[in-house]
Design a protein around this ligand. Structure first.
Ligand code: PYC
Length: 334
């Protein structure tokens, strides 16, 4: 059987976003979290075929758009990626909104504002458009919080490292500069990937069933690692290398990662409400982050509402076939 997908390919600050405009499945569920579960059970072959080699690559990431479940909202989104289907993705949101507005896939109820249903919750978005191009997208993310502090794990070559875990739409183990880790500016991307593959597995083994979202237990475990370093531009607030999937370092500063980082810094008294947080990616591209306000989760845990602003560019129109007589129809990893 041959399945055909129309896609618009873009990148957000260097990281890919493949927006599937035709060929996505019809999913069951009362919200995007339930639809995400349905997709994972029956349609994950679409993600694998479109994200992994030979049609994608280690960093490939994308989205499929759905009608909203609540008439007040503009649309709903499923994130697909080499790592799975993320509950939330910041760079994916910025790229998808840019594509959707420039290509007329969404007509917002209020121009310049969009309400998006993600599996992790409602995300409110603003964007600025000039001459048919979107200049920037700012998303107000789901509630983000510091989940644990000063945990330890043994890292190959480095020895014991200390880390915090924070949630910004995904759970991040955040490794700050410390005696056994001198910062990403002293390491290659390959080294960070090598360490992350082992350390993430060790963290989830050492702290089983520890990181489970109190309001949605389908969101669980440390899925991403964030390693910190000195910024390239001294006026930036910080720089990170975010590891996701099995071999990817985010080329953007990572929206959910930046949200988690701001939740961690705010909880530790190192970032104030309304203070601008300019976060650099491994390649030096930037997001502008901000703690919009403080809040609590339903269980009373302190949290923040973060915002992230960035830009994206469309670079291609793609018609992709997944033909099940192709031995690599559903991708491969080396
Ligand atoms: O921007 O949230 C993000 C993200 C998650 C994984 C890669 N990018």
């Amino acid at each position: 059987m041959k399945s055909l997908f129309k896609c618009i390919d873009a990148h957000t600050c260097g990281n890919p976003v493949r927006v599937i405009t035709e060929g996505g499945p019809i999913l069951n569920g009362a919200n995007m979290s339930e639809k995400r579960q349905h997709f994972l059970k029956e349609y994950d072959w679409i993600r694998k075929g479109l994200m992994f080699e030979p049609r994608g690559h280690d960093m490939m990431s994308g989205s499929i758009l759905f009608p909203p479940h609540n008439a007040e909202n503009d649309f709903a989104i499923l994130f697909i990626e080499t790592s799975g289907c993320l509950p939330m993705c910041g760079h994916g949101t910025i790229g998808t909104i840019t594509v959707a507005i420039e290509e007329g896939l969404i007509i917002p109820k209020i121009p310049g504002k969009i309400r998006m249903e993600a599996p992790a919750g409602l995300v409110e978005i603003e964007y600025k458009k000039t001459n048919k191009k979107v200049d920037w997208v700012k998303l107000t993310n789901v509630k983000s919080y510091l989940a644990a502090e000063n945990l330890t794990v043994d890292c190959p070559e480095l020895g014991e490292i200390t880390f915090d875990v924070a949630y910004g739409g995904n759970y991040y183990a955040i490794v700050d500069i410390q005696p056994n880790f001198t910062g990403i500016h002293n390491f290659s991307a390959n080294k960070i990937i090598q360490y992350s593959q082992i350390v993430r597995e060790r963290i989830n083994k050492k702290y089983p069933a520890t990181f489970i979202h109190p309001e949605n237990d389908t969101i669980r475990d440390v899925t991403h690692m964030m390693w910190i370093g000195n910024p390239i531009n001294p006026t930036s607030s910080g720089r990170n290398a975010v590891f996701y999937g099995d071999k990817a370092i985010d080329r953007s500063p990572c929206g959910t990662g930046t949200s988690a980082r701001m939740a961690q810094l705010h909880a530790k008294g190192k970032l104030n409400v309304n203070e601008e947080f300019i976060h650099e990616s491994f390649i030096g591209s930037k997001f502008i982050g901000r703690v919009e306000k403080v809040t609590t989760l339903k269980n009373g845990v302190n949290a923040i509402v973060p915002s992230i602003q960035g830009w994206a560019k469309i670079y291609g129109y793609n018609t992709i076939i997944i033909d099940d007589d192709d031995p690599y129809a559903f991708g491969f990893q080396v």
